[in-house]
Design a protein around this ligand. Structure first.
Ligand SMILES: Cc1ncc(COP(=O)(O)O)c(C=O)c1O
Length: 381
């Protein structure tokens, strides 16, 4: 456990909660979860499942209607998978990742992580004894093919990609994913493709799934979930899609750990995936408006550069001009203005000049919070 640092987001959240309890106005930008409630028809499906007595253990793989639902969801996009063989339903995407790592990685393995990256990847890789190796995409978060190639070696057995990305909101294009797959084949490693934000994309961008590039799934384990697209973070529901051997191994882990994802939650998830999608469209439209607003405000502040991201609900502005470590800057900003953020250092050692802001929060919080921030920041320059 000594290899796993405390969560940067949680540290800020705890400090913010303490200040809030003391009566300070706090503008929350630290936690990456939708501020929308879970859509009504999904909640109803969960309640109906409970009323109908779906309160027992399920198959460790997942309930057949959800496995079929996932198969159909992909078939509608032209991706052929067999729900009964290629899918495992888990309590959250995090658990899918953990099981994927446990069943694939050995303690001597190096795992490439396209960086900046969600801290959980490195922490889970370390938990199973393997070693995370950062591949930077700095300074504009574009994928650097040569940099990636230079990290491929015999000890590398996996690569993690996440598109749209947490923390930058950046996306990988189809040709980049194809290049990554070619590298995986040439160097015989597995690509863990975290696609949890795939539906939260803007201006008509369509996120390619790694499953389109690698239909046999020989070199791919795709990770996905309901938390972000359907505002279901607390329900804990995710899934992984991969070849039969990997999924069977993950099922054995699940049989001996959590047994299954919660029974009635799986019914709610089935409704989420195959039911009315208008609430998803509504939420994405709202995120897009907030994204435009927050990027615009940041880029009008002195000494800050902020990319307008193509997906997810984060911005990762560059605060190099302030010459402070990201933890010091985040804490100062929180104490002085009540604006919370996550220090860039949490996402990779070369990103200590960035802060992450989640804009899955009301437009009024964005406007008011950033107004207070823009009044304070010049005093630090
Ligand atoms: C990139 C990424 N993957 C996975 C997750 C976790 O998803 P879940 O709630 O399904 O465990 C998160 C949550 O912040 C995330 O940002």
């Amino acid at each position: 456990m000594e290899r796993i640092p405390a969560s940067g987001t949680l540290k800020m959240f705890e400090l913010a909660t303490r200040l809030e309890a003391e009566g300070k106005r706090i503008y929350h930008f630290e936690v990456g979860q939708p501020d929308f409630p879970t859509p009504e028809h999904i909640v109803e499906a969960g309640i109906e499942a409970l009323k109908h007595g779906f309160t027992r253990y399920t198959s460790s793989r997942g309930i057949p209607p959800l496995l079929d639902g996932i198969e159909k969801h992909y078939a509608d996009r032209g991706i052929q998978i067999d729900g009964s063989q290629n899918v495992i339903v888990t309590p959250g995407a995090k658990m899918a990742l953990f099981q994927g790592f446990l069943s694939t990685l050995d303690p001597t393995d190096d795992v490439l992580v396209l960086s900046p990256a969600w801290p959980t990847y490195r922490n889970l890789i370390r938990t199973v004894g393997a070693k995370p190796v950062d591949v930077n995409t700095h300074p504009r978060y574009g994928l650097d093919e040569e940099e990636l190639k230079s990290h491929c070696s015999k000890t590398v057995t996996a690569l993690i990609i996440n598109t749209p990305n947490n923390p930058t909101g950046g996306v990988l294009e189809k040709d980049q994913m194809k290049m990554i797959h070619d590298l995986a084949v040439d160097n015989d490693f597995v690509v863990f493709s975290d696609e949890i934000y795939e539906m939260i994309v803007y201006n008509g961008f369509k996120q390619t799934s790694m499953l389109e590039i690698d239909p046999t799934m020989e070199h791919t384990l795709a990770i996905n979930g309901f938390s972000k697209t359907y505002a279901m973070t607390g329900w804990r529901l995710g899934f992984a899609i991969g070849n039969k051997e990997t999924i069977d191994n993950m099922v054995r882990i699940q049989q001996n750990t959590t047994s299954c994802a919660t029974s009635f939650v799986q019914y709610a998830g089935t409704k989420a995936l195959n039911g009315d999608q208008s609430s998803v469209k509504m939420m994405v439209k709202a995120y897009q408006k907030r994204r435009d607003e927050i990027t615009n405000i940041f880029n009008n502040m002195d000494g800050i550069f902020c990319i307008n991201p193509a997906g997810a609900f984060y911005v990762f502005p560059d605060f190099s001009a302030y010459n402070l470590s990201s933890s010091t800057l985040a804490e100062l900003i929180l104490k002085k203005t009540g604006v919370t953020s996550t220090p860039g250092i949490s996402f990779g050692k070369d990103y200590d000049n960035h802060l992450r802001f989640s804009y899955a929060t009301d437009l009024s919080v964005i406007e008011e919070g950033l107004r207070v921030l823009s009044e304070y920041l010049p005093t630090l320059l």
